[in-house]
Design a protein around this ligand. Structure first.
Ligand code: GDP
Ligand code: MG
Length: 180
């Protein structure tokens, strides 16, 4: 006889940051294992999931990426911020303005009760464009320390041999699993 279906816990992570920093590409890289051929600007919310196994337990990781348009926000924002297990803040290392937006994103999360009580991480994306760096690692690290978040620099386009993007989300999933 068939036993009960294996448990599958869901971890909801929201991926937040300015438009164009690579949120959609990062979630695609993690869930589909590749860089998308072409991306369209996210309308409303991009939602992807991937089931992984951690210590023999199936875990469904859901990644939510929002576009941040006003019209979307008013109707969807409550839904988006509900039952969140972790927050991934993303900036583009080649665009200082996206780094300078982070305090506002952090504040917005706090207003939805997503402060330091849940795991939050900071991701500097587009590290394949090192020559165009505007946000130096030491600056980002200082900011991350101030907000008690770990910092990861990576590239959705070219994450390297030991797929760094995968490692980032998996590290977070391990942390969440052991949290509860
Ligand atoms: P989002 O608005 O934050 O969801 O950003 P997208 O994922 O749609 O990416 C915005 C643009 O940045 C697209 O043209 C992507 O091809 C590009 N992009 C995303 N990630 C990377 C990366 O790691 N390296 C490079 N060079 N380009 C990237
Ligand atoms: Mg997007």
């Amino acid at each position: 006889p068939l036993g009960p279906p294996p448990r599958c816990r869901i971890l909801k992570m929201i991926v937040i940051g300015d438009s164009g920093v690579g949120k959609t590409c990062l979630t695609f890289r993690f869930c589909a294992g590749k860089f998308p051929n072409k991306t369209e600007a996210t309308i409303g919310v991009d939602f992807r999931e991937k089931t992984v196994e951690i210590d023999g337990e199936k875990i469904k990781i859901q990644l939510w990426d929002t576009a941040g348009q006003e019209r979307f926000r008013k109707s969807m924002v409550q839904h988006y911020y509900r039952n969140v297990h972790a927050v991934v803040f993303v900036y583009d290392i080649t665009n200082m303005a996206t780094f300078q937006s982070l305090p506002a994103w952090i504040e917005e999360c706090k207003q939805h009760s997503l402060g330091g009580e849940i795991p939050r991480i900071l991701v500097g994306n587009k590290c394949d464009l090192k020559d165009a760096t505007q946000v130096r690692t030491d600056l980002a690290q200082k900011f991350a320390d101030t907000h008690s978040m770990p910092l990861f620099e990576t590239s959705a386009k070219n994450p390297g041999d030991n797929d760094h993007v995968e490692a980032i989300f998996m590290t977070l999933a391990h942390k969440l699993k052991n949290h509860k």
